[in-house]
Design a protein around this ligand. Structure first.
Ligand code: ATP
Ligand code: MG
Length: 517
C-alpha cells in the first residue's frame, strides 16, 4: 500500500512540475520553503537542466559556486549586483537560474539595499533569469516581496525513504521503520539511521522510534504536547461499529492510490461526544497507538493569550507543527473550550478569528492530519463546526451495553493483571456504570486485595462498584438529556443503540430495553 503522503505534501513529481512551470514562465523570484539545502539544490539542478537553464549557486557561507568550483565572491550585495547585471544582458534563448540557499536569513531584518535590489530584479528582469531563494518553510517574506510565489518542498516519500534504507531489513520491521521516517526531512532520516548504526550496529526499529520521538518532541510548544501512545484499540472495550468504521478510514488514510481512483478526499477526522468517562479520550490515544502515528495533544484553552495577536499566532504555530509532524493524529480534548463563539465585543474579535482559522484548517488542509476531537457539550458549538464536511463523522459514546461492559471488564482486568473473568452477575450488576467507573471499582478492589495480601475476587469488585454512585444516577437528568441530544445529532459507536424511546431507563440495576443483540 502506498501512503497518502506522497500526494498530500505535493510529492516530488508534482513539485518538479510546479518548479518547471515557474522557471519556464521566467518567474523572476521564487521562494522555496525548506532548510534542506543539499536535497533542494539537487532538485533545482534537475529542473534547471530539464528546462535547459544554467545554474549558479550562491551559498552564504562559501560564496558563489559554479559547477562545484568555489569562487571568492561571498558578499551578498555584490552577488545581487552581478545577478542584476547578468539579467540585463540575458537573452530569451539562454536563461540562468540563481539558487540562493538560506538567503531568508538576510531577509529576517532586511537591509534596505538587499530588499531594493531584489525588488529591482523583479521589476526590471521580466522574462529573463530566475532567482530561487530557499529558507525556512514558516518564514514570511517581507511585504515588499509579498507578490513572490512561495512553494513548499516535499518531504521524502516512501520511495525515497526505501532508497535510504538498507535492503537487508526484515520485511515486517521495514514497513514500520519506513512509516517512522514519514514526516521527517532527509537529513533527519540520515541522522537517525547513522545513530542507530552507531548504537545498535544496524537499523533497529525501537531505536529509530525512540530517536524520532526525541526529535519530534522538540517541535512541541506551550499549546501542543507530542505523545507516542502505547494504547491500542484492542484495549478499548465495545464500540464495535466505531472500530469497524475506523478500520475502513485507516486503510483509506494510508492508501492514496485507492483514494485517487475513487476521487475521494482523504479522511479528515472525528468529533466524539458522549457520557463522561465512557472512553472519548482513551479512543483518541488508541487510534494513534493502533495506527502507529504521533499524537499531538492541542489544549484549546492554552491558545488564548492577552497579548495582541499572540492567540492567533499560538493557533497558527500549533497547526504548523501538526503539519510538520504529519502524518499524525491531532487530538483536541473538549474542543468547546477553545473553539466556541464568545462575545466579540469583549475579546476584540479574537475568538471569532481563532474559530474562523480553525474551521478553515478543518475543511481545507491537504496534508495528512487526522483530527480526533472530543466535546462534552455539542450544544455550545456553532452549527458551522458540526456541519457535514468538517468531520468524517460525529460519534456518540453512550453508557456501555451489557456486551460492551463484558469486553470493558475483559480489557481492564487484563490491564490491572487481575486473573479474573467477569461473570454475568457482575456484568449485569454494573448496568449504568461508565468505563471509568468500572475501572475505578477494579482499582479499589485491587488495592483491597493488595492490602490484605490475598488474591482479588469478583465480589471485591462488586463491593467497590456498590460503593460508587454512577453519574447516570447522581446526575440522572443531565445524563439523560445528554444521551437524548447525543443520539439525535451523532452516530452511536455501537450498533443497535436506539435510545430516544427509552432514554430515561439508564439507572443502574434496571434492565434496559433496546440493548444491542
Ligand atoms: N470502553 C472502554 N474500554 C476500556 N476502558 C475504558 C472504556 N471506557 C472508559 N475506560 C476507562 O476509563 C478511563 C477514563 O476514560 P476516558 O478518560 O477516555 O473518558 P472520557 O469519555 O474522555 O471522560 P471525560 O468526559 O471525563 O473526559 C480510561 O482511561 C479507561 O481506562
Ligand atoms: Mg476525556
Amino acid at each position: 500500500m502506498e501512503p497518502l503522503f506522497k500526494e498530500e505534501t505535493g510529492g516530488i513529481i508534482q513539485f518538479r512540475a510546479q518548479l518547471t512551470e515557474l522557471i519556464r514562465a521566467r518567474t523572476p523570484l521564487i521562494y522555496l520553503g525548506t532548510i534542506e539545502v543539499k536535497r533542494s539544490l539537487e532538485e533545482i539542478r534537475i529542473v534547471s537542466s530539464e528546462v535547459g537553464a544554467d545554474l549558479q549557486i550562491f551559498n552564504l557561507a562559501s560564496g558563489l559556486l559554479t559547477a562545484g568550483r568555489e569562487k571568492t565572491n561571498t558578499d551578498p550585495i555584490g552577488v545581487l549586483d552581478m545577478i542584476l547585471n547578468h539579467a540585463k544582458k540575458s537573452t530569451l534563448e539562454k536563461q540562468t537560474v540563481w539558487a540562493l540557499p538560506l538567503f531568508h536569513l538576510l531577509l529576517r531584518q532586511p537591509e534596505a539595499l538587499i530588499l531594493s535590489k531584489l525588488r529591482d530584479f523583479i521589476e526590471f528582469n521580466k522574462f529573463m533569469d530566475t532567482v530561487i531563494i530557499t529558507g525556512s518553510s514558516d518564514f514570511t517574506l517581507p511585504p515588499e516581496l509579498s507578490d513572490v510565489p512561495a512553494i513548499d518542498f516535499p518531504l521524502p516519500n516512501r520511495q525515497e525513504i526505501k532508497a535510504l534504507l538498507d535492503c537487508s531489513l526484515a520485511e515486517k520491521n521495514k514497513e514500520r521503520i519506513e512509516k517512522a521516517f514519514l514526516g521527517l526531512e532527509r537529513h533527519e532520516i540520515e541522522n537517525l539511521i547513522a545513530r542507530s548504526l552507531v548504537r545498535k550496529g544496524g537499523i533497529e526499529l525501537e531505536t529509530i522510534e525512540s530517536l524520532r520521538e526525541e526529535l519530534l518532541q522538540k517541535r512541541a510548544n506551550d499549546c501542543l504536547e507530542i505523545h507516542f501512545p502505547k494504547e491500542s484499540l484492542d484495549q478499548v472495550g465495545g464500540m464495535e461499529t466505531f472500530k469497524q468504521w475506523l478500520e475502513q478510514r485507516k486503510s483509506a488514510f494510508f492508501d492514496a492510490e485507492a483514494l485517487q481512483q475513487w476521487n475521494l478526499p482523504p479522511p479528515k477526522g472525528i468529533l466524539l461526544t458522549g457520557v463522561p468517562g465512557c472512553g472519548k479520550s482513551l479512543v483518541c490515544k488508541a487510534i494513534a497507538g493502533s495506527w502507529g502515528l504521533p499524537l499531538l495533544h492541542l489544549d484549546p484553552s492554552k491558545i488564548y493569550s492577552s497579548s495582541l495577536g499572540a492567540s492567533e499566532k499560538n493557533l497558527h504555530d500549533s497547526l504548523r507543527v501538526a503539519r510538520s509532524v504529519s502524518p499524525c493524529i491531532l487530538w483536541i480534548d473538549e474542543i468547546e473550550k477553545g473553539f466556541s463563539p464568545t462575545d466579540s465585543q469583549t475579546d476584540g474579535g479574537v475568538s471569532k478569528r481563532i474559530l474562523g482559522a480553525f474551521l478553515h484548517f478543518l475543511q481545507e488542509r491537504s496534508y495528512p492530519v487526522f483530527v480526533a476531537a472530543t466535546s462534552n457539550d455539542l450544544s455550545s458549538l456553532l452549527p458551522e463546526m458540526l456541519r457535514k464536511g468538517r468531520w468524517d463523522e460525529i460519534f456518540f459514546i453512550d453508557l456501555p451495553s451489557t456486551k460492551e461492559r463484558q469486553s470493558i471488564f475483559k480489557a481492564l482486568l487484563q490491564k490491572y493483571r487481575c486473573p479474573l473473568e467477569a461473570d454475568d452477575d457482575l456484568v449485569s450488576f454494573s448496568e449504568g456504570y461508565s468505563g471509568a467507573e468500572i475501572e475505578q471499582a477494579i482499582i479499589a478492589a485491587a488495592y483491597d486485595a493488595l492490602f490484605r495480601k490475598s488474591a482479588i475476587h469478583l465480589f471485591d469488585i462488586k463491593r467497590s462498584l456498590r460503593a460508587i454512585i454512577p453519574l447516570a444516577a447522581s446526575m440522572k437528568e443531565k445524563i439523560e438529556n445528554l444521551r437524548i441530544w447525543g443520539h439525535a445529532v451523532a452516530r452511536p459507536v455501537t450498533h443497535g443503540r436506539n435510545l430516544t424511546a427509552n432514554a430515561g431507563n439508564v439507572l443502574p440495576f434496571t434492565p434496559r430495553v433496546g440493548e444491542p443483540a
